[in-house]
Design a protein around this ligand. Structure first.
Ligand code: NAD
Length: 294
């Protein structure tokens, strides 16, 4: 028999990750505010309906995959929180992307109770979660990392322990997402220019795919979203916007000026305010197009 594992947050990322753990013979106890998500875990052989308090008593590892700082803070430090109710020796692994300052706050609180805490943000999207090809960048104590490695190896293909600083994995993740923000904006503008220049987008892809303009984000955004005019996420524009904000906060902490990144954040903020937030980030291409007719 495998491990007993808690999994809080069964959304676009969390559900397939929890299902992967199940498929390797582990027992997974899931919690989500969304009952449909819990029902999906149940259908895959998981256990639902237990309180967090109860799960803490049953398992040695708990993963979280949550959409916001507020949700992460509530789930870890709220009245019924994982750290509030946690016990010595349990390993808590947050795969959400949050500000480095929250990683630090949770690590300090966890340490007081001898709880092991890792901040382990992931990259690779929903497809990576489904195919178990995620890249996972982990910050925190090496010993807890080594203990968790067999489980992390189920979830992803490339697992890195960045260093013992709890926020180190998050820094790498935010740098990655800053680049994703750049590429997505670049692809959105470039493809609009191509269309105005009477270039067929499928043909353009073929040509740029063997040129230096190629990128994994171009391939993803074009093939999975723009070409099908279908922007169901994926990775929502509002989640990207959140991460760009954290990246710029990190830059401020270091008194580093990043003027192009500031501009980028503004573009995504506008897009979110105009109602594009819940669609995949590739929808920025449509915003650029719609802006021409304003
Ligand atoms: P999501 O919104 O699809 O899933 C979050 C889930 O958490 C939802 O099912 C929601 O109901 C649940 N939830 C929220 N508050 C809760 C609470 N208090 N208790 C229990 N459940 C709660 O988001 P997602 O796309 O799965 O992203 C999750 C995290 O992973 C985010 O931090 C995101 O930045 C990060 N991430 C996402 C992607 C991606 O491609 N979607 C890629 C890498 C990292």
């Amino acid at each position: 028999m495998g491990e007993k594992i808690g999994f809080i947050g069964l959304g676009n990322m969390g559900l397939p990750m929890a299902q992967s753990l199940l498929s390797e013979g582990n027992e997974v106890y899931g919690v989500d505010l969304n009952k449909d998500a819990e029902a999906a875990l149940l259908r895959s052989g998981g256990v639902i309906g237990l309180s967090i308090n109860n799960i803490i008593k049953q398992v040695n590892f708990i993963f979280t995959s949550l959409p916001s700082m507020k949700a992460v803070e509530e789930i870890y430090l709220g009245e019924e929180g994982l750290i509030t109710k946690g016990r010595e020796g349990i390993v808590l692994i947050d795969t959400s992307t949050v500000a480095p300052s929250l990683n630090q706050k949770l690590a300090e609180e966890a340490k007081k109770k001898r709880i092991h805490f890792l901040a382990a943000p992931v990259s690779g999207g929903v497809i990576g979660a489904e195919n178990r090809t995620l890249t996972i960048m982990v910050g925190g104590p090496k010993q807890a990392f080594e203990q968790s490695q067999p489980l992390l190896n189920i979830l992803g293909e490339n697992i890195f322990h960045v260093n013992e600083h709890i926020e180190s994995g998050t820094a790498v993740k935010l740098i990655n997402n800053l680049l994703i923000g750049f590429y997505t904006a670049g692809v959105s503008e470039a493809l609009n220019l191509a269309e105005k220049s009477n270039i067929n987008l499928a043909q353009l892809f073929e040509m740029l795919n063997v040129s230096y303009g190629q990128s994994r984000i171009y391939e993803r955004n074009y093939k999975s979203f723009i070409a099908n005019e279908d922007y169901r996420p994926g990775f929502t524009l509002q989640l990207l916007n959140k991460d760009l904000g954290f990246a710029l906060d990190l830059a401020k902490e270091h008194e580093l000026q990043l003027p192009v990144s500031e501009l980028l954040l503004n573009i995504y903020k506008h897009a979110e305010n105009e109602g594009y937030g819940s669609q995949d980030m590739a929808v920025l291409y449509e915003k650029v197009k719609n802006d021409q007719t304003k």
